[in-house]
Design a protein around this ligand. Structure first.
Ligand SMILES: Nc1ncnc2c1ncn2[C@@H]1O[C@H](COP(=O)(O)OP(=O)(O)OP(=O)(O)O)[C@@H](O)[C@H]1O
Length: 572
């Protein structure tokens, strides 16, 4: 039993204790049944008729009824533990995922996270609701049956005890010798899940590149790995069931033969023979139940590590110990900021310094990989810079509570996420209290209102996962409306008009310009035509700011910016 698994059980300990208590009562019933059966048989043989056995028969029937009721209670208790475990673990895991933040979560594969939170938690659920109570009941049950038998005949108890003890010992060595690690199956399951999810999300790209067959073959390989891992475990488990059955039968047969011989020799009363026979059967029953739950424990041991690892994961950014108050203005300044995504990777930003004054409109341009998106990620504090300071209104953003920081900023990114739900729900994400006229005003400003109203259900139209039923341009205009609705004083636009059709581009550009006029705005634009009006343009290359100034000035200088313009002209 691993320490991790026990630690995770702590919140549901009272429910597990309840299951153990009910399990112990059930074992007590079986014990009593064994004794009563022996007494019934002894009475029948001694008196040759039913009369003497009647009280025992009534007793036996009552115990069977009580055991039935207890079995129902045990099932209810197991379900209650299972549900409580799932609820508690998933709540903890999701809270943790939110705490570690999007930066750290993005470093993990979505499919792996899904396997941990869905399949991993399912595996632990049965561990706590069934396996753990079964362990306690096995220990308690075996000991009490052996003790009970010792009162009747200590020799039988001793002999039986040897077989009962042999079972877990044999099991332990067999499993150590043969059993594959359960983490193997979880790794294979995670790989398969991640690959499947990746394939589903990228299905359009796969089709476009005729890569479906290659992907299918790779997916089949991963499914094969998963099947092999599962079969290896199943083979060992099935042989183990045979081993357990052999020891159980052998134990009962030896006790029975030994006692029959003693009865024949006149050393033992027949009633003691019957009791030894029935109690021998009962001594193994809790162990058999434990054996049935073995697979649960094995799966859980593989699931516990990734769950514990996720729960222990340190957030990449933390809340300030002494939070600063809301900055009075929204000047942004980067002071010698340096950042690496990975320790050994090439720096994404090296000594970047710039300022954006309140209500200024500044554009960030540069070739792909220059570090533009990283600037935005750092400003949103998805990561902390390794060196330098980022300030808003003179306050280090590390001193601002994360909610405060993010309430100051609206983002329209390249990768707009729209959730399952209605268009109105997606817009309200920015402002849950928004009224319908407010929502409509934002949609009008983003030039998406007319399109929404042309849909049969208007604002109540459902959009699919990742906005699957909308075009790229429509999605982006909804994202712009969402940002307008948030009405934050800082606006970050990452390629805000990249997928808008030319007919609407000018209109959106005008509304963004109007929006930006009242806000501190930082725009990443790949098409330089869209940022000619910017107050200033920062040109980035290789993680540094290499040029800075208004469009005309930079154009005249004939260096980095002009080269970018030239490249765009050539590309067009
Ligand atoms: N999540 C990440 N993990 C590791 N490296 C990353 C990550 N995101 C970006 N990088 C690296 O950091 C550098 C800067 O990337 P960034 O995305 O900021 O560039 P960019 O100028 O926004 O590029 P683009 O215009 O293509 O979006 C690149 O070398 C990139 O490979």
């Amino acid at each position: 039993m691993s320490r991790q698994l026990l630690d995770l059980a702590w919140p549901v300990r009272s429910k597990i204790a309840m299951s153990v208590m009910i399990g112990a009562l059930i074992t007590g019933c079986y014990l009593l049944q064994g004794v009563l059966l022996a007494l019934i048989l002894a009475a029948l043989i001694a008196e040759g008729g039913l009369a003497g056995a009647v009280p025992w028969l009534f007793g036996f029937a009552s115990v069977v009824l009580i055991r039935g009721g207890l079995a129902w209670l045990a099932e209810m208790a197991a379900q209650a533990t299972a549900l409580a475990t799932k609820e508690e673990l998933r709540r903890k895991l999701l809270t943790r995922l939110i705490e570690i933040g999007p930066g750290a979560a993005a470093r993990r594969k979505t499919g792996d996270l899904q396997t941990t939170i869905v399949a991993g938690v399912e595996a632990l659920e049965s561990y706590y609701s069934r396996y753990l109570p079964a362990v306690f009941v096995a220990v308690f049950g075996c000991l009490s049956v052996l003790l009970g038998l010792a009162f009747v005949d200590w020799r039988s108890a001793l002999l039986l005890g040897a077989f009962v003890a042999a079972l877990p010992i044999a099991d332990f060595f067999w499993l150590r010798w043969r059993m594959p690690k359960s983490s193997g199956i979880f790794v294979a399951m995670g790989e398969f899940g991640a690959y499947l999810l990746d394939s589903l999300q990228g299905i359009v790209t796969l089709k476009a590149f005729h890569a479906i067959d290659r992907r299918r073959a790779a997916l089949a390989d991963r499914a094969g790995d998963l099947r092999r891992e599962a079969m290896a475990a199943l083979a060992v488990t099935l042989m183990r069931t045979g081993l357990t059955g052999l020891i159980t039968l052998l134990g009962i047969a030896v006790v029975l033969s030994f006692n029959s011989w003693r009865v024949a020799a006149g050393d033992l009363a027949p009633v003691a023979l019957f009791m030894a026979l029935f109690l021998a059967r009962e001594a193994f029953r809790p162990l058999e139940r434990l054996e049935k739950e073995f697979h649960t424990a094995w799966s859980a041991s593989g699931a516990a590590a990734p769950i514990a690892e996720l729960l222990a994961a340190a957030p990449l950014v933390s809340e300030p110990e002494r939070p600063a108050s809301l900055p009075r203005h929204t000047d942004i300044s980067f002071e010698s900021v340096a950042f690496n995504y990975e320790d050994d990777a090439k720096p994404a930003l090296s000594s970047v310094s710039f300022t954006v004054k309140e209500n200024e409109f500044v554009a960030l341009v540069g070739p792909s990989g220059a570090g533009k998106s990283t600037v935005i990620s750092l400003l949103l504090r998805l990561f902390n810079p390794q060196a330098g300071v980022i300030r808003i209104g003179g306050t280090n953003i590390c001193d601002l509570p994360l909610d405060t920081l993010r309430s100051l900023i609206s983002v329209v990114s390249q990768d707009t996420y729209l959730f399952h739900g209605t268009i109105a729900d997606n817009l309200r994400l920015a402002k849950p209290s928004a009224t319908m006229p407010e929502i409509q005003a934002a949609a009008q400003a983003a030039h998406i209102d007319a399109f929404i109203l042309s849909l049969p259900k208007g604002y109540e139209t459902e959009i699919g996962e990742r906005g699957a039923h909308l075009s790229g341009g429509q999605r982006q205009r909804i994202a712009i409306a969402r940002a307008l609705l948030k009405d934050a004083p800082i606006l970050l636009l990452d390629e805000a008009t990249s997928s808008v059709d030319p007919r609407n581009e000018k209109a959106i550009q005008d509304s963004l310009d109007a929006l930006a006029r009242r806000r501190t705005t930082l725009v990443i634009a790949h098409r330089l035509s869209t940022i000619r009006k910017a107050d200033r343009i920062l040109v980035m290359a290789d993680g540094r700011i290499v040029e800075e100034g208004p469009h005309d000035q930079l154009e005249r200088r004939g260096e980095h910016y002009s080269r970018l313009m030239l490249a765009q002209g050539e590309a067009a």
